[in-house]
Design a protein around this ligand. Structure first.
Ligand code: ZN
Length: 235
């Protein structure tokens, strides 16, 4: 089955800089994108530049005053916002840097855009390397994260949650139907009555032996199935 992949990338995102010595480096998103281009992976995907979401869209999760603060704060006016910097936990792990709000808008736009694409059933898989800043709280920055694009993308998905959950369920069922049981493992549906009761262990042993026997009998078919994989990957 060929899966439709949508890839969201904005060339600007690699230009934002958290500051010297900070471990979070948006430049890495650009490096990853260069690999995607040079390996020709973009030919397997639909490539999009995210459409910028409005600041209001960010307040579907975040508080108005926090988003307003992110919009106005700059390295030059920080001294005038000492109280808010503390209140919103901005300054150390989550520094103020040039273009901070645009950066937040950019990475969030990719995630919301990707979610919309799934909602429209235009893609099976969406990618936004720039996103995933999941530590941000409703009215507080945290762990290098300012705007929580993950929550906002989930809120977007919830617009069509029923359709989406059905699709996910069907995909899971399809995957499960292709999975062969691994000898020696089983999904436990019953309760173990007592850890001292060896009954459960005996059942496990019998099933293991049965499975080992079956595996021995159909050694040839295993090999045939393996041969089919390269063809699957090529389609
Ligand atoms: Zn984080």
């Amino acid at each position: 089955m060929t899966r439709r992949v949508s890839y969201f990338y904005d060339a600007e995102v690699g230009n934002y800089h958290y500051g010297q010595g900070h471990p979070m480096k948006p430049h890495r998103v650009r490096m990853t994108h260069n690999l995607v281009v040079n390996y020709g992976l973009y030919r397997k995907m639909e490539v999009f530049r995210p459409r910028l979401v409005s600041p209001t869209a960010l307040t579907r999760f975040h508080s108005d005053d926090y988003i307003n603060f992110l919009r106005v704060i700059t390295p030059d006016n920080m001294q005038d916002y000492m109280r808010q910097l503390q209140r919103f936990n901005v300054g150390e792990d989550c520094p103020v840097f040039d273009g901070l709000f645009e950066f937040c808008q950019l990475y969030t736009s990719g995630s919301i855009g990707g979610a919309a694409r799934l909602n429209e059933d235009q893609a099976d898989i969406v990618i936004n390397w720039a996103g995933g800043l999941h530590h941000a709280k409703k009215a507080e920055a945290s762990g290098f994260c300012y705007v929580n694009d993950c929550v906002l993308a989930i809120l977007e998905l919830l617009k069509k949650h029923e359709q989406y959950l059905n699709k996910t369920r069907n995909q899971l069922l399809e995957i499960l139907s292709q999975v062969e049981p691994v000898p020696g493992t089983q999904i436990q549906t019953g309760q173990v009555e007592s850890q001292l009761n060896p009954k459960g262990m005996e059942i496990d042993k019998e099933e293991e032996e049965e499975e080992a026997e079956q595996a021995g009998e159909k050694g040839d078919t295993d090999e045939e199935e393996r041969k089919e994989h390269p063809a699957e990957l090529a389609s």
